[in-house]
Write a protein that binds this ligand. Structure first.
Ligand code: GRF
Length: 216
């Protein structure tokens, strides 16, 4: 089973629901993952799923050659490009995503750094089954450049949120949050790095909790 270390060991104050027992699932969910960039959250999911509680059956990227796709290729994992630039609107992108994920028979979809807005077309195809990771303590700092927004606001505590995706951006049901103190002298890069290390811990747990809610 995946395990979490003591959250106090790296300066993060994890709020809810860690530490806890890993959710017991009666069925192994098939995951589809969406990513746009470096793929560190995809990597964290890969490592967690190596414990056997879920399988990653398809990675879809919108930027061919991005770090996430390179990682999938290195690992010999199924991957596909859905390039938004080849579609005339967001709904068309979402229909291509649905086709890809349905063909791979995935149960849940994980937006692991997908830098595009999705529409009700995708959300309706996977109700309560899409999980997103966002680098702030929602509902604060929704949308783009959440870390920059937090620094500009002068907060002393930031963090990350794994939540279900709803039609309103960054506003769906919160599954797991981790709090990260903002240090004096933090800039975007340093705070982002510390927040991301917490994202890698909470995203797999949030996916397992989302699966548990669905009866897996
Ligand atoms: C993460 O910080 C996530 O919060 C945001 O996009 C970033 C993706 O990073 N939505 P990576 O590609 O997983 O390294």
């Amino acid at each position: 089973m995946p395990a979490f270390s003591d959250p106090s060991d790296d300066g993060a104050c994890v709020q809810w629901p860690l530490p806890q027992e890993w959710p017991l699932l009666s069925r192994k969910p098939r995951l589809g993952v969406m990513a746009s960039g470096a793929g560190s959250n995809f990597q964290a999911l890969v490592e967690s799923c190596a414990g056997g509680w879920a399988s990653i059956d398809l990675l879809v990227v919108n930027n061919g050659g991005c770090g996430a796709q390179q990682r999938a290729l290195e690992l010999g994992m199924a991957n596909q490009v859905v390039d938004h630039r080849l579609h005339s609107n967001r709904e068309s992108v979402d229909r291509a995503l649905i086709d890809a994920f349905k063909a791979a028979a995935v149960d849940l979809v994980v937006m692991a750094g997908w830098m595009r807005i999705v529409t009700p077309v995708l959300i309706g195809a996977f109700p309560e089954r899409i999980i997103n990771i966002h680098p702030s303590l929602l509902p604060s700092f929704r949308g783009v450049d959440a870390v920059g927004q937090a620094l500009a606001a002068g907060v002393t505590l930031s963090g990350c949120t794994a939540h279900l995706v709803s039609e309103e951006v960054d506003a769906g049901k919160i599954l797991v949050q981790a709090a990260v103190p903002v240090d004096t002298g933090d800039d975007r890069a340093s705070l982002t790095a510390r927040i991301q290390s917490q994202e890698h811990r909470i995203l797999p747990l949030a996916v397992a909790l989302a699966a548990q809610r669905l009866g897996y």
